[in-house]
Design a protein around this ligand. Structure first.
Ligand code: M6R
Length: 608
């Protein structure tokens, strides 16, 4: 989604702004721009497309500014174009604004401003903001911003500067993320920490309803009424290298290969020496696990697929009914929620608009809320009652990989923990599951060693028009995730089907050489999946099976078999998905796709 950066200090602002914007590229964008003060003029340079278009334009402009704001835009109101790109300014050209979020009442405000003689040049919702500030300006930028934001409904992270007060930046946060980087003789604003950690590791994370006035030597934090507030400085302990490619060609590949480590980070601190699960991060007493009557798991995309796995595991181990729903549906479905309901939201970014809205809805209806989330300090993390972090580290590639596997194992831990508290699991089953969880990082490592075989398989698939994924039980959910991964990075049409459902329609699409990837890791459904493989083979399909070591009879049925270590059915998911992630990656590479930034997609979907 949109990215904001801002700089005030003695260095060349434009260089810092463009570097910062590069670090925010992972958020997805379709245009970019900067505003800066040069030769006593507020100048704006912006361009549709990739950042290098902007950089080319900037090469012909002077670069002597010590203050500026920059933006990468992901279009919502108005197509991607130079005019719709940010920063936006007032007609006089002395105020510039960058914005992340959506102004819901902009049409109403626009009408009012037009009546007052303001002329609009873009189709964006954002343009009303510099005009409102202009209308309220009486010699104090901060005061006019306070008046302007009181008029706005919706979500807005803002970076604001004015030619009349060239030693000041204003930062505002409501429902879209914004941080302040605290430097020595310089200060920064940004949508996310990677944009500033080359220059500072000391950060203020703005909360909703907070704003800041930055000069090069000072940051004054305040609420939306201008009352000063105090905040703790957050010290960034992770290294920028962790947010970089670390020797891999792409973030997606790097993140796939990080899985053994991040799975350990997510699992091991939560398994005590006594072999029991400890969820020290949350106050489990007040969660009142014994009295939960129903659980909803709500999420989007890959996180939703993890939530489906969570449902099966909680129902199996903890014997509580679970409904897993897509957040954009859940929020409008009038779900049955009360104080005995636990709502679990799953989100890598913690900023997904629909998931956040689902969380707010459930809180309103008095449910207990728990999040499985990867980004510390994100909106979901801050608003939820209980938070369990997946310690996956920054996930930069748009396609989610390490976040998914960490979400799945964390949901498994949660299911087993609840089962233990409610005494719905016998000791042997609990111990067996823990033993398997302990070995998952090494098992993933083992599968990753078959990388070249998977690269080879991809070379048979990359020219396909359609690729189908089939599975039963938990394998169906793995099929859904494998299929999503393939389509989002390779643009090949793909569908995931419950294997038993094929014959009710989709089988008509299977013809000679259509690739079908069949998941066969669930022992009690193994024979059934073998029959489904035969069913598609009889129609000419080229079949690839994912099966557990030892289940060799499948070799006589499928054209190709990829083996994963033999683990209990319930915990096969984080292993079975690994070959599918690598197949998606290599197919995309062989098709020449921009794997880390697939077209039309954004890493963090902060609009509905
Ligand atoms: O940040 P979140 O986990 O809430 O994001 C949810 C989805 O947007 C995300 O998983 C998306 O489906 C990924 N691009 C899939 O790889």
């Amino acid at each position: 989604m949109c990215g904001i950066v801002g700089y005030i200090g003695d260095k060349h602002a434009i260089e810092l702004l463009t570097c910062g914007l590069e670090k925010l590229e992972y958020r997805g964008y379709d245009s970019a721009g900067v505003a800066f003060i040069d030769e006593n003029k507020l100048k704006i340079v912006k361009s549709k497309g990739r950042l290098n278009n902007l950089e080319e334009k900037l090469e012909v402009s002077p670069k002597h500014s010590h203050i500026g704001i920059g933006h990468t835009r992901w279009a919502t109101h108005g197509e991607p174009s130079d005019i719709n790109s940010h920063p936006h300014q007032n007609k006089k050209g002395n105020i510039a604004v960058v914005h992340n979020g959506i102004i819901e009442n902009y049409l109403e405000i626009k009408e009012e401003l037009i009546k007052k003689g303001y002329e609009f040049v873009s189709e964006t919702d954002t343009e009303v903001i510099p005009y409102l500030i202009d209308m309220y300006y009486e010699g104090d930028l901060k005061e006019s911003v306070i008046k302007a934001i009181k008029r706005l409904k919706g979500s807005f992270a803002l970076g604001i500067m004015s030619l009349d007060e060239p030693d000041k930046l204003i930062a505002v946060r409501k429902d879209s993320p914004l941080i302040i980087g605290i430097g020595q003789g310089e200060n920064f604003i940004a949508s996310d920490i990677p944009a500033v950690i080359d220059w500072t590791r000391e950060i203020y994370i703005l909360e909703n309803g907070e704003m800041a006035e930055l000069t090069k030597d000072n940051v004054i934090l305040m609420d939306f009424d201008g009352n000063p507030i105090e905040k703790e400085v957050y010290k960034v302990t992770w290294n920028i290298d962790e947010a970089q490619k670390g020797g891999y060609d792409h973030f997606m590949l790097k993140e796939i290969f990080e899985q053994p480590k991040v799975l350990k980070d997510t699992l091991f601190p939560r398994i005590g020496n006594d072999g029991r699960i400890r969820l020290d991060d949350i106050d489990t007493n007040s969660l009142d696990i014994e009295n939960i009557e129903k659980i909803y798991i709500v999420a989007c995309g890959t996180a939703y697929h993890a939530g489906l796995v969570g449902k099966k595991l909680i129902e199996k181990y903890a014997k509580i009914p679970v409904i897993t729903d897509v957040a954009s549906e859940f929020r409008y479905n009038n779900p049955f929620i009360d104080e005995k309901t636990l709502l679990i939201v799953v989100s890598q970014s913690g900023e997904t608009a629909d998931t956040l809205a689902a969380l707010r809805l459930a809180k309103k209806k008095k449910a207990k809320t728990l999040a499985i989330c990867n980004v510390v300090g994100s909106s979901i993390a801050r608003e939820v009652d209980y938070i369990l972090y997946t310690w996956a580290g920054p996930e930069i590639a748009v396609a989610s990989t390490k976040a998914y596997t960490t979400q799945v194992v964390l949901l498994a831990l949660l299911a087993l923990y609840i089962a233990d508290v409610r005494k719905t699991i016998d000791e042997d089953e609990y111990k067996k599951a823990l033993e398997v969880l302990n070995s998952i990082p090494d098992d993933v490592e083992k599968i990753l060693r078959s990388k070249s075989k998977l690269e080879d398989i991809a070379s048979h698939l990359y020219k396909s028009r359609d690729i189908f994924y089939i599975g039963r039980g938990l394998d169906y959910y793995v099929a859904m995730e494998g299929s999503l991964k393939l389509k989002e990075v390779s643009y090949i049409h793909s569908e995931a089907m419950a294997a038993g459902e094929l014959k009710h329609g989709t089988l008509a699409l299977i013809e000679k050489d259509t690739p079908v990837i069949a998941l066969a890791t669930q022992d009690y459904l193994y024979d059934k999946v073998i029959s489904n493989i035969k069913e598609v083979k009889a129609r000419g399909a080229y079949t690839i099976a994912i099966a557990k070591e030892g289940n060799n009879e499948i070799e006589g049925v499928a054209d190709l078999v990829i083996y994963i270590p033999d683990v209990i059915n319930e915990l096969a998911v984080p292993l079975a998905i690994i070959p599918l992630q690598l197949i998606a990656y290599y197919v995309a590479i062989q098709r020449g796709c921009d794997v880390d930034k697939p077209r039309n997609l954004a890493k963090s979907v902060t609009v509905e």
